[in-house]
Write a protein that binds this ligand. Structure first.
Ligand code: RP5
Length: 163
């Protein structure tokens, strides 16, 4: 199946976080590809990936990075596609460095910044599907069904002390 979302990350060590984006895309039936693309270790690959993603049929890019997390912003500068940045939790600063690096884009190049870690990756997958859902009714229905199920689960289990 033609991938519609590119899920990239600065290092293989980001995968335990970024796999949550992929889990959500899978759940919502959105085809994706995954790649390690590092802004500082493989800058030429990053440029090539970002500048060819749209013509390859990718509709949204999810980029996860930790520390001096310049990958999402650099990728966004080389593609017209929406880029969703996931701050990966770093050891030294617990992801605050990643969050601020990704969020503080100067005006003119947009990156949609999600929360640090698992929740951010999960929501990046969800948001990518919602973006695609603006022009794909099947994906939109999958997002609506996911949210309805989530609501049902809470309402069906009101007692936090129940087995
Ligand atoms: C960033 O540096 C990566 O996104 C990763 O979060 C962090 C550490 O990378 P490794 O040293 O684990 O490869 O580029």
């Amino acid at each position: 199946m033609q991938p519609r979302v590119g899920v990239i990350m600065g290092s293989k060590s980001d995968w335990p976080v970024m796999e949550h984006a992929v889990n959500m895309l899978t759940r919502l039936g959105v085809a994706y590809e995954t790649r390690v693309v590092s802004a500082h270790r493989t800058p030429d690959l990053m440029f090539e990936y970002a500048s060819t993603a749209a013509e390859r049929g990718i509709e949204v890019i999810i980029a996860g990075a930790g520390g001096a997390a310049h990958l999402p912003g650099m990728v966004a500068s080389k593609t017209p596609l929406p880029v969703l940045g996931v701050p990966v939790e770093s050891k030294a600063l617990k992801g605050m460095d990643s969050l601020l690096s990704i969020a503080q884009m100067p005006g003119g190049i947009a990156v949609g910044t999600l929360a640090i870690g698992k929740a951010g990756a999960t929501n990046a997958g969800l948001l990518a599907a919602q973006i695609i859902g603006t022009h794909d009714p099947e994906v939109r229905r999958a997002v609506e069904a996911f949210r309805a199920e989530q609501t049902r689960n809470v309402l069906d289990n009101p007692d936090p002390d129940a087995e």
